[in-house]
Design a protein around this ligand. Sequence first.
Ligand code: FPP
Ligand code: MG
Length: 328
Amino acid sequence: MVTLDTIRKPVADDLAAFDEMVSRHFADDDSPMAEMLRYALSSRGKGIRPLVVLLSAAINSPSGRAGKRASLAAMLAEMIHVASLIHDDVIDEADMRRGRQSLNARWQSKNAVIAGDYILARTISIGMSSAQYDLVQHIFGTIATLCEGEVLQGAHARRRDTSRKDYLEIIYKKTAALISVSASAGAMASGASREKVDTMRRYGEALGMAFQIQDDILDYTAADSATGKPSHNDLREGKITLPLIALLESADAARREELLALLDRCAEDERAVEELSRAVVEGGGTESAARTMHSYLNRAAALAADYEPSPLRDALVNLCAYVGQRDR
Ligand code: FPP
Ligand code: MG
């Protein structure tokens, strides 16, 4: 099984420079705000967005190195992501993130909202001071898209008619857009041609769609201890994601009604959550969602194959394999 450490290897130095840049710009004093930021940053997760920025920058650079503009782009993309998860946990009233208390659980929602705002404000300010306006304009455009995705998802929660098309639009906006922009920003940071920037945009979009579909599959199949957040939360929150959509599509009208009636009970009744999760897995919903995910991953890997063979190209292809295999 391909590990993230193997994928990170060709840009290990750039990732170290990125980490140093994040610590230098955020959480650098002993104020209460910095304490929250240090907490948020001390368990940042997989770091897919900065990794995508740096791999894309390196493969598109004649020197094969990512460089300063790419580190900046990586920081801007990652900090937008960090802020969005802090706000997402407030919106979802989630107590756990990555195996420990969410910011809202530890410091109350009112402080978590401000911490997310602060990270975003600081990120915008760092971007503007850098005067790298091409990157700044490109990356900051996704903030609005993320917000649209979150509100669209909220508008669909507890509705029974979320279609595959609705779902794909939601996950594009809430997840794939930022990963897509990370990939294209990396290429832009290295001064790549418009064609290559577009190849990377499409690579990141397909990878990001697959990433979120796998997240939604893991909500059905993974243990809490693996993901660091409670499983089956999507059902409790009334979110219809691809595994359930796939099962609903394959069901006849009567079965569909039964499944939707179960969904209606999931907010209060743990037995309904258990029964519906089992129905989705045993009825082939997660398997069908995995097929859709793999078709996105094949698309992403084929786009990476546009580049000459190299360890960086292998890393972009291996990242696709990692997203398909990941269990956390
Ligand atoms: C996680 O989804 C949430 C997102 C990927 C996007 C959240 C976006 C916002 C809150 C709006 C933008 C805000 C800012 C500050 C830019 P999920 O709830 O499905 O995943 P989870 O299970 O990990 O919580
Ligand atoms: Mg959430």
